[in-house]
Ligand binder design. Sequence first.
Ligand code: FAD
Length: 389
Amino acid sequence: MDFSYPADVEAFRTEVQEFLTEHVTDAVLEEVDTGTVHSDDLHKAMAAKGWLSGAVPTELGGGGMSPLKMSVLIEELQLFRAPIDAMGVAIGMASIILELGNDFLKGEVVPRLLSGDALGAFGYSEPESGSDVAAAQTKAVRDGDEWVINGQKMWTTMAHVADYVILLTRTNPDVPKHKGLTFFIVPLDSPGIEIQPVWTMGYERSNATFYDEVRLDDKWRLGDVDGGWNVMKTALKFERGIAGGQFYSPPLIDATIDWATDAPAPDGGAMIDDPGLRESLVRAMIDVEVCRCFAQKTAYLADTGAPFGVEGSMTKLFASETFKKHSHWFMDAMGPDGLVKRVEGDGPHVAFVEETFRHAPVTTIYGGTSEINRNMVAEAHLGLPRARR
Ligand SMILES: Cc1cc2nc3c(=O)[nH]c(=O)nc-3n(C[C@H](O)[C@H](O)[C@H](O)COP(=O)(O)OP(=O)(O)OC[C@H]3O[C@@H](n4cnc5c(N)ncnc54)[C@H](O)[C@@H]3O)c2cc1C
């Protein structure tokens, strides 16, 4: 395997770095204080750069950005701590509609998503179904040319600022669970939708969304009636493609080094000279390099057209679990300093380690939990027997 990137990918990295240096300002980072990991200005600037439409596959009418460039883009966005919750949803939702949607959805929704004028949200999880997403109970019942939707979704992140949700519903309760599902694109200003905030311990805002007799014309249906599982598989394919690199830890390592450079050590000198902390920092840096190798291999496989699902699981699993571990190490190393919370008026870099400590666990849950990813690796890579469901 060649670990270097082709010249055009490196040139793209430089372009991304220049763009992010200009656009990820302290004001943009401070927008995350609202709990919503999104900045309208940054999102629209990325759309104007052509990176949203560029990420949609060529055969669907997009720019067909290569997986290598995509992984470099995600890596740099993460290294700059750019708030980009809306990006993956826009690219994913537009790609799914372009592959499986009708002409109405292609004309009405896709251009708005890819220009950054409209935002989307994923409405898969429910209070009783997350990992087992096919067990969704939110009901859609046909009434002439319309559908009537009733139910509740959980963790509909971005719903409070989004225009559309891609909603997984049950249209047939009398067949095996994977066979009775149907997807809709639902305008979030439809009568009967209520959105309530749900806060994580990392102060991120997600939502519980309630659907009470929500009426939708059939033109908002995405894919075949009871064919929702095919749509789900397409959605996961695009989600894995977008989730290229996973570089959670580098900003945490940088913040710890910043702190340690000035913090006094108990026996004199600065904490940066403490052998225990130095070892933790180096081990964390090694983990980041391992992560980079996983992410590079995933992108390389995708670039050559090979299956990359299990490598995507390995990358996400390793990156999120080591991130959580690093956040514990550095909180411990900081002692009482690690408990200092940001107060109003502080810049976004203050108390970053404390905030990361509260945020890191959630990265092992969303986008597929560590246990589910371990199952994938055990079955698809190690050839172990299928886990009992
Ligand atoms: C902050 C946040 C944002 C999110 N955003 C969205 C969003 O925008 N849209 C959306 O639809 N969803 C979203 N989710 C939901 C997320 O995808 C689910 O939380 C996740 O898939 C786990 O589902 P669950 O919470 O129902 O837990 P469960 O599936 O009930 O799992 C509970 C525990 O059991 C384990 N487990 C479950 N099944 C197995 C198995 N087969 N083998 C071994 N262990 C298993 C899990 O790993 C976990 O530890 C978000 C979640 C969070 C926390």
